[in-house]
Design a protein around this ligand. Structure first.
Ligand SMILES: CSC[C@@H](O)[C@@H](O)C(=O)COP(=O)(O)O
Length: 347
């Protein structure tokens, strides 16, 4: 992708530049964040979104928080604690956010007593590493997952798990891009992904940019395509995978998984190790973000449902492990999915 979704601009005292994903695909606009509240606003409003991307942004958010620190170790720790808690609370489901903050927490502990320039340098170094590790994990997922699509003509994906959602080429889209390089006829169906159209606006945009043939479908069309044998595989990303292999991802993923099982179509999840949460035994323990009613009833200011109607708007659902054919990680494909296989591969 020519434009970068996330970029740290400058040295230790620089700023975080985010591609404003709410404006895509019609406008390429950036937001410059110089403070933690600006990063939190960008995460909450989905200017930056996708599990790995919000983890990387939060890591840079900690560097921004440290700009304001001038005092001793204790006041530095206090300031960092406040920033960590505020960033952590910005979105609840993707575990990458908490994972990245934990990584930064280790640096905070190590450098609290050091001079301010050293603190900033160490924090920026770790945030940059988190970003480049994510890039490498994306590449590795592509390498491991691409061959799964060698014999596919049509692949379906849901939401956006591409370059916009990560620091690299994506998770599910890294697999699909590599699949398309190996198997140039590959065509992608992109679920539009209601209510915020991450599929129609973002995935289709990325596929077009990369010259991969794609067709946008409404979320309720996959069943009919599958029945007509027009989908050979499904590849999606994940926001959190629990110890037993249950997968939280964008709302609607679960229905795609059920449909895939019914029609005998392989259903793959692509996710880096930062998306695994071994502390949660199963998917019913994952906190699911509830978002504003207006996203469903009045998207982009156009009222669709009467004001008096109730609205249910969970941002994610959980697909049980038994519906997942395999999980593509940076270490390889885990298949069939079970807790022991996951631990053995990632530890
Ligand atoms: C590599 S991104 C994987 C997931 O984070 C993605 O599929 C997803 O559900 C994103 O949801 P969003 O609400 O747009 O942040």
């Amino acid at each position: 992708m020519a434009v970068r979704a996330i970029e740290w601009v400058g040295n230790e005292t620089g700023l975080l530049r985010l591609l404003d994903q709410t404006r895509l695909p019609t406008e390429i606009e950036f937001v410059d964040c110089r403070t933690v509240p600006q990063v939190i606003e960008a995460i909450k409003m989905l200017r930056v979104r996708g599990a790995p991307a919000i983890g990387v942004s939060a890591a840079y958010g900690i560097v921004l928080a440290a700009h304001a620190a001038t005092g001793d170790a204790e006041s530095f720790r206090q300031l960092m604690r406040e920033a960590d808690e505020a960033l952590f609370a910005s979105r609840p489901t993707a575990v990458n956010l908490g994972w990245a903050l934990k990584e930064m927490g280790q640096v905070i502990r190590d450098v609290a007593s050091r001079p301010q320039e050293e603190r900033l340098r160490a924090l920026l170094d770790r945030a940059r590493e988190i970003e480049s590790e994510d890039q490498e994990m994306c590449m590795a997922m592509g390498r491991h997952g691409g061959p799964l699509l060698d014999h596919a003509k049509n692949v379906l994906t849901h939401c956006n798990a591409g370059a916009l959602a990560t620091a690299g080429e994506g998770t599910a889209l890294a697999v699909i891009f590599e699949g398309a390089r190996r198997n140039p006829g590959l065509h992608v169906y992109a679920d539009e992904t209601r209510p915020l159209w991450q599929g129609a606006r973002l995935t289709a945009w990325e596929l077009v940019q990369n010259n991969v043939p794609c067709t946008v479908i409404c979320d309720n069309m996959a069943a009919s395509l599958m029945k007509g044998r027009r989908i050979d595989a499904v590849v999606v990303g994940a926001d959190r995978i629990t110890a037993n292999g249950d997968v939280a991802n964008k709302i609607g993923t679960y229905s795609v998984a059920v449909l895939a099982r019914y029609h005998g179509i392989p259903f793959y999840v692509a996710a880096p190790s930062s998306t695994f949460d071994f502390e949660l035994a199963s998917g019913d323990l994952i906190p699911i973000e509830q978002r504003a009613a207006g996203e469903v009833a009045e998207p982009y200011g156009v009222r669709l449902a009467p004001k008096e109607a109730g609205v249910f708007n969970p941002a994610f659902d959980v697909t049980p492990a038994e519906l997942v054919t395999g999980i593509v990680t940076e270490k390889g494909v885990i298949s069939p999915v079970n807790a022991d296989a996951i631990r053995a591969m990632l530890r």
